[in-house]
Design a protein around this ligand. Structure first.
Ligand code: TXA
Ligand code: MG
Length: 313
């Protein structure tokens, strides 16, 4: 396995590996993805094996351009308006799968739906353009762990198991895409992200939120404990307990690390996963406490990831 800079030669090598059924980690604006040609069953199955991901948890398909979607999914009246507003970008749309979709059924975990997104990242776009195939790509971390926002994170988690890691620097957004299920009359946000309910409502009217547990198109990935470092995580802390590191926000007194001293939620989101990883890897602490983060805009997504990280211990 090698880490290569995401220059022209690196991207060309990655595209060759992907066309040959290999698995390559690449940067997107949200987090690093673990990519494979979505149309090759064997390549897709490697993703599940490498991540230790349950096969009932479907994958997102990445496209270079919106017009790739027509061959994969059935049309939806709200699709055009949403992509005009938000693509390329961190909004994943769940649509009805076409019966003759060339995408491996394992990508949809056997369901009749498919998740699609056009990433807003030069490296991801260049790669898609060269492979000329939709790429299935979950976050490039072992199932249930914190998502990677740098090539070094991917290397630490999965290095020996990958054909190639393309290093395109740190991810701008730092938190995974908003997942919006369009297979209902009232669309549902299955996973909050930087594109929030208010922004979506402005374009297509009211949406509901929640994992959709119990509905036919629930998002299995949202039901499990997730985003978890190995140390226990304690939320809404005003000071660290003995042995704990404190993640602050907006200049929190006594913080070990402040996600955004100026109180900027986008900056905090971009720093969140690296902070969890760094504190987790330092042998000094017995737990991670986190100061309150306002639940507005991308702050909802931050709180969603933190509450998953702190659950089930
Ligand atoms: O920002 C992102 O979305 C990143 C980058 C690499 O694009 N990808 C990512 O993938 O976060 P992953 O696999 O870690 O999370 C995808 C989520 C999971 O919760 C999964 O259950 C849900 O999307 N999902 C995918 N396809 C679905 C479908 N057909 N129906 C319902 N949920 C789906
Ligand atoms: Mg993930």
């Amino acid at each position: 396995m090698t880490i290569r800079p995401a220059n022209d030669a690196g991207i060309a090598a990655a595209a060759n590996l992907l066309r040959d059924g290999g698995v390559v980690a690449f940067p997107t604006e949200t987090v690093y993805g673990l990519g494979a040609d979505a149309t090759q069953d064997d390549a897709v199955s490697k993703i599940f094996t490498i991540k230790g991901r349950p096969t009932h948890n479907p994958l997102i398909v990445h496209v270079e351009r919106p017009d790739w979607v027509a061959g994969l999914a059935l049309p939806d009246g709200r699709f055009d308006a949403l992509i005009r507003a938000f693509w390329p970008g961190p909004l994943t749309l769940i649509l009805q799968r076409r019966r003759d979709s060339p995408v491996s059924s394992a990508v949809s975990a056997g369901k009749d739906t498919i998740a699609v997104r056009q990433p807003d990242h030069d490296v991801a776009s260049a790669l898609l353009k060269q492979v000329k195939r939709p790429l299935a790509a979950p976050s490039a971390n072992p199932s249930g762990h914190v998502s990677p926002t740098t090539a070094a994170h991917v290397h630490a988690d999965l290095g020996p198991r990958l054909d190639l890691i393309l290093d395109g620097g740190a991810c701008r957004t730092g938190i995974e895409s908003t997942v919006l299920d369009l297979t209902h009359e009232i669309p549902r946000i299955l996973r909050p992200g930087s594109i929030d309910a208010a922004a979506i409502t402005e374009i297509i009217g009211p949406v509901t939120t929640g994992t959709g547990q119990g509905t036919p198109t629930s998002s299995p990935g949202q039901l499990d404990k997730h985003y978890a470092p190995s140390l226990p995580v304690r939320l809404n802390a005003d000071r660290p307990d003995e042995g704990e590191a404190l993640i602050g926000f907006g200049n929190t007194p006594l913080s070990t690390y402040d996600l955004s001293p100026s109180g900027d939620l986008a900056e905090a989101a971009a720093n969140l996963f690296a902070a969890l990883r760094n504190l987790d890897n330092s042998a000094q602490y017995s737990g991670i406490a986190v100061a309150p983060i306002p639940a507005e805009g991308i702050g909802r997504a931050i709180n969603d990831r933190l509450s998953r990280a702190s659950n089930g211990r």
